[in-house]
Design a protein around this ligand. Structure first.
Ligand code: OXD
Ligand code: MN
Length: 647
């Protein structure tokens, strides 16, 4: 259980401003008349105290209140170029930003939850005692903005007025961070006060790149003060470490869903996308996948793409599960993005029209950004995150595997801007969970009931990717959200059961697992190649779309329901005009019973270490599945092809 507003409020303790009178006096002393007037539009006292304390702590030379106007956006962009945080590329509106070589992903070892003595955090997270963090922040953030401008922006994490939207303040001395904030979030300067009243909370983020030198990166920290809903980040620029309105505030939104709206809301690491089905109907999906596991590509498959990373969900009075995207843009991994797999995105990345920040890719001498897997012949030379590069540069890839593109979603061809702006949200009919799993689960399996659906989310395992510095091996990734869940996992599990099991949710979604990462060698073939292609996702989602509407039947197995060959064959033909041999179907959908049981045992052992009453429901699902699998093995052997399941 998390208690809010407990322990020392570090930002105000360091800033030392405790009354609104002191805050206003500081504003008058330090803001120029124009920005003083801009700030006068914000009247929420708690927000003004946060801003005053950030000023008092960081001691910037100048303060810039970002109203979200075109002039302000242009100014922030221009200054980013002038300061050298970004450089122009050949296509107008396209820029490149490099993070330091040591700052190319989320620094998990330097990221901490600030915790009070009795406060428990997830077994997969790192915590630090409040007084230790307090001293460290004081040592490194006091005066960190001397000689710099402090930018202050007001944003809404979701359409203004939506039930699960939460306002946030982003404070940073980095123009690149503020430029990214404007591409990814809705500036709500004029609505901020009203939104704080409506929601009853807001988040605050304070960042400075400081000296921005490699030798200072070991001192970098990313702190989340959950109790005071405030983040601190310094000596880094990678947006996953610095633009904490994204993953820092996603962590706070998860706390808010669990401890302020338990059973009514969830905050998920999920894309939201709409698939068009027969008769032109649009069915909305929300899907979880760990960072770097194809979440953006999956989202882009939709005819009505809404968002690729986060979902704020709630149960509406009509019994439906609704979701809004807290973002309006994408900060997507660019490796392997190419014309064949990602035509909409490539249009924005290769033609004029969209404003794009490329980060940590290679730039060739003509000012063209290049990345591994872009589908073009490799360049002869260029500059990347480590400096000058040629194909002979040993040990350095052309582009960092976690290099990114940042752009507003409205420039992407299949984005539905109207729907993404609608505070009513979309009705989610399908929930998916996936991970990088080479050898165990089939491409699709549908949970038989809500508890089994929660168990799919609780049981994701995935191979580490470049989004997290230093991560390796195959790890548990419950709901693909565990890097962002501060709470003890059993409490999070309980919140999931409470949400999907809530009788108010009369229109239950379909819950399914997805896996695109089976390899030939693990399924009786040879070579490490994947059993399928990126474009097959159209078929997997297409089948789920039909299944949700009762238009295809499924084969029942102990782990859930799987598609029939004939239906997939037809979808492969109709959706992507591709031959789908039955032999491939058999490789993909055979049940490898020993692998699945080993996975269940591993999950059971890991979850047994998490004390909590909700485990009972999870273990009941595992028990039933395991009994079914053992009976099947006794009857049909270790590997059961789908044809034998149907019989
Ligand atoms: C992201 C991540 O950047 O999850 O979305 O790392
Ligand atoms: Mn993510």
């Amino acid at each position: 259980m998390l208690e809010f507003k407990q322990g020392v409020d570090i930002l105000s303790a360091i800033g030392g401003i405790t009354t609104i009178g002191e805050a206003k006096k500081l504003f008058e002393e330090r803001l120029d008349p124009e920005h003083l007037q801009r700030l006068a539009a914000i009247t929420n006292e708690a927000a003004l105290l946060k801003i005053a304390n950030a000023m008092a702590m960081c001691v910037p030379d100048r303060i810039y209140i970002h109203t979200g106007s075109d002039e302000d956006r242009d100014y922030v962009r221009r200054m980013s170029l002038e300061k050298g945080e970004e450089q122009s590329l050949a296509i107008p509106g396209h820029t490149i930003h490099f993070d330091l070589p040591e700052d190319q992903g989320r620094m998990v070892d330097q990221t901490f939850y600030i915790a009070d003595p009795a406060e428990e955090v997830s077994s997969l997270a790192k915590k630090e005692a409040r007084e230790v963090s307090h001293a460290y922040i004081k040592e490194h953030m006091c005066g960190i903005m001397r000689g710099k401008t402090m930018y202050v922006g007001f944003y809404s994490r979701g359409p203004v007025g939506a039930r699960a939207s939460i306002p946030a303040i982003e404070i940073s001395s980095s123009n690149y961070v503020m430029h990214s904030a404007e591409l990814l979030y809705r500036n709500c300067y004029t609505d901020f006060d009203a939104e704080v009243i409506r929601r009853g909370e807001f988040f605050t983020n304070v960042h400075s790149e400081g000296t921005n030198r490699s030798e200072d990166v070991p001192k970098a920290r990313i702190y989340m003060d959950r109790s005071w809903q405030t983040t601190f980040s310094f000596f880094c620029t990678y947006a996953g470490n610095t633009l904490l309105m994204k993953k820092g505030n996603h962590r706070f939104a998860t706390d808010s869903a669990m401890y302020k709206h338990n059973g009514e809301e969830l905050s998920e690491h999920m894309f939201i996308t709409g698939m068009t089905g027969p008769g032109g109907r649009v069915t909305y999906f929300a899907g979880a996948a760990p960072s770097g596991c194809g979440k953006t590509t999956t989202a882009m498959v939709g005819s009505n793409f809404i968002g690729d990373d986060l979902a704020q969900m709630w149960i509406e009075a009509d019994g439906s599960l609704r979701a809004v995207n807290p973002e309006i843009g994408i900060f997507g991994i660019i490796e392997d993005v190419n014309q064949e797999g990602d035509p909409y995105l490539m249009h924005c990345l290769r033609r004029p029209g969209a404003e794009v920040i490329f980060s940590n890719v290679l730039v060739d001498p003509q000012g063209k950004p290049r990345w591994t897997g872009d589908g073009e012949p490799p360049p002869e030379q260029g500059v990347n995150f480590k400096g000058a590069w040629t194909p002979a540069t040993a040990g350095v890839p052309m582009s960092h595997p976690n290099s990114r593109c940042t752009l507003t979603a409205e420039t992407i061809g299949n984005h539905n801007k109207r729907v993404n702006a609608d505070p009513k949200g979309v009705v989610i009919k399908v929930i998916t969970y996936s991970g990088r799993d080479a050898n165990t689960m089939p491409p699709i399996w549908v949970a038989k009931n809500m508890d089994a659906g929660v168990a799919i989310g609780a049981s994701i395992v995935s191979k580490a990717t470049a989004a997290e510095i230093g991560a390796s091996g195959v790890n548990r990734q419950p709901w693909a959200n565990s890097p962002f869940v501060a709470a003890p996992l059993a409490e999070y599990l309980e919140a999931q059961f409470n949400f999907y099991g809530n009788p108010k949710m009369s229109q239950k979604p379909i819950m399914a697992g997805l896996n695109y990462f089976l390899t030939h060698e693990e399924r009786g073939g040879s070579g490490k190649g994947l059993l399928g292609e990126k474009q097959d996702v159209h078929v997997w989602l297409g089948w789920l779309e039909l299944f949700t509407h009762g238009e295809v039947q499924a084969i029942e197995t102990p782990i859930g329901l799987i598609p029939k060959y004939e239906d997939l064959h037809q979808l492969f033909t109709n959706r992507i005009d591709k031959e789908y041999p039955e032999s491939l179907y058999i490789m993909q959908f055979s049940l490898y019973i020993d692998n699945i049981i080993a996975r269940i045992d591993l999950q059971e052992a890991a979850w047994s270490k998490e004390p909590g009453t909700s485990l009972r429901l999870l273990f009941a699902v595992y028990k039933e599945q395991k009994a079914g699998l053992l009976a099947l093995k006794a009857a049909k052997g270790r590997i059961v092809p789908p044809g034998e399941l149907a019989a």
